[in-house]
Design a protein around this ligand. Structure first.
Ligand code: NZQ
Ligand code: ZN
Length: 390
């Protein structure tokens, strides 16, 4: 087990009706003048907006609204939010929505207390040391941003999508009501399920062996996601299954599953460049990349992939190679069973873009010139994975 520091400060209010905790929690965390940030309007259609406004008014908290966050959130709206925070002297940001809204709120939070260009933080030119506090009301279990130290933003100029990972980005608190997820379109539910599953994979596929507890926590989370996924797809209003999926999404990315090991993250970095060029939903891009990443890298630690096949999909075979391939095929079949794409052709990305994606992803780490840790990938490795995913 490698040494680690673990601290996740985000307070979670989980369950039916937990929006009742909003007013008291905002007061507890010192909010008096809030930026209420949301997306394209689903919260208005489904009644969440009204509940939030009622809670804010009931607590006597003044607020300014900023809607319009799009999936794969844009830097331009973050800059607008920063200007609004300064103009209105906002002291707290409330994000109501999914990962895109939350990541946009986090960008606004760090940008509002910084005198330079907020994009500096996403390009390693500066590191944020402070933020306006951010709280979230989650409406889609997927990105895990409700309890993560990350924000992923797309720069409208040049279509770069970049993550920022720093502890100041942990939200102060997050409200998770599984009933808020009943209205999700099936495709969004499926994309969210894939994203959370892959958050576990990125941590599970490590070269740091001898980390049994974290392995088994990862395996339990992956099995719980699979066990409940088909139920939520078939019965969107099944509270028990929605609740399991919602909590899996948070556990998958709150860093408890990172303890004692170095994660990989290459698949995420490759996917971010797919989203940047054609706006594909993050989970859909991952469902294409991850099984092909697995096919490409498994030879660099077959034991780990045999364990994955056996403990996550109950696959045993006297030939390790056969077990591994069956495990990867089982994962592909799981993604297909919930309606996710398997090839780049299905999402309209052709071979002519592969080299560019490889180069752009590789540039993410200019010092090493490679991405990922399980098996560090060069630009041409990434191109080869994209060819497998064609
Ligand atoms: O815009 P609205 O109207 O809110 O509609 C959204 C959006 O169209 C809709 N939706 C959300 N909740 C709904 C709903 N529709 C009906 N009923 C509801 N209850 O779903 C669509 C997708 O929303 P989005 O926020 O984009 O989804 P998600 O949570 O998957 O977030 C994706 C973003 O998070 C980033 C991704 O790269 C992507 O940009 N990630 C953030 C991470 C983090 N901060 O820790 C880690 C992840 O790996 C990921 O990279
Ligand atoms: Zn993700």
């Amino acid at each position: 087990m490698v040494n680690f520091n673990f601290k996740n400060p985000t307070e979670i209010f989980f369950g039916k009706g937990s929006v009742d905790q909003l007013g008291p929690a905002l007061k507890k965390y010192g909010a008096s003048n809030v930026l209420f940030h949301y997306g394209g309007g689903s919260i208005k259609t489904h009644g969440i907006y009204d509940q939030v406004v009622k809670a804010l008014n009931g607590a006597g908290i003044s607020f300014t609204e900023l809607g319009g966050v799009v999936p794969n959130p844009r830097l331009s709206l973050i800059k607008e939010g920063i200007a609004l925070c300064r103009e209105k002297k906002i002291d707290f940001i409330l994000a109501v929505g999914g990962g895109s809204v939350i990541d946009s709120a986090k960008g606004i939070g760090v940008g509002a207390v910084y005198s330079g260009d907020v994009w500096d933080f996403y390009t390693d030119k500066a590191s944020p040391e402070a933020t306006l506090p951010v709280a979230t009301i989650l409406t889609i279990p997927a990105a895990g941003s409700e309890a993560s130290f990350s924000s992923v933003v797309t720069n409208d100029d040049g279509a770069y999508k970049r993550p920022l990972d720093v502890p100041v980005l942990y939200p102060a608190f997050s409200i998770l009501d599984p009933e808020y997820t009943y209205t999700l379109p099936p495709y969004q539910t499926a994309c969210g399920i894939c994203d959370m599953f892959v958050h576990v994979c990125e941590r599970y596929f490590t070269q740091d062996m001898e980390n049994d507890l974290t392995d088994r926590l990862c395996e339990a989370t992956m099995r719980a996601i699979i066990n409940n996924a088909l139920t939520v797809m078939a019965k969107p209003r099944d509270y028990a299954a929605r609740a399991e999926i919602m909590w899996c999404g948070t556990i998958a990315h709150n860093n408890i599953l990172s303890t004692g090991r170095t994660g990989d993250w290459a698949s995420h970095l490759i996917e971010h460049e797919l989203s940047a060029i054609n706006d594909v939903a993050h989970g859909a891009g991952l469902s294409i990349i991850v099984p092909n990443w697995m096919k490409y890298v498994y030879k660099h630690n077959t034991q780990r992939f045999v364990q994955f096949a056996e403990r996550v999909f109950d696959i045993k075979d006297s030939s390790p190679e056969t077990a591994i391939n069956k495990g990867i095929d089982a994962l592909r079949a799981f993604f297909s069973s919930i309606g996710l794409p398997a090839t780049l052709t299905e999402i309209g990305i052709g071979e002519d873009s592969f080299k560019g994606i490889g180069e752009k992803t590789k540039k993410f780490d200019t010092q090493k010139g490679t991405v990922g840790n399980f098996y560090p990938l060069t630009g041409s490795d990434i191109e080869a994975i994209l060819k497998l995913a064609k």
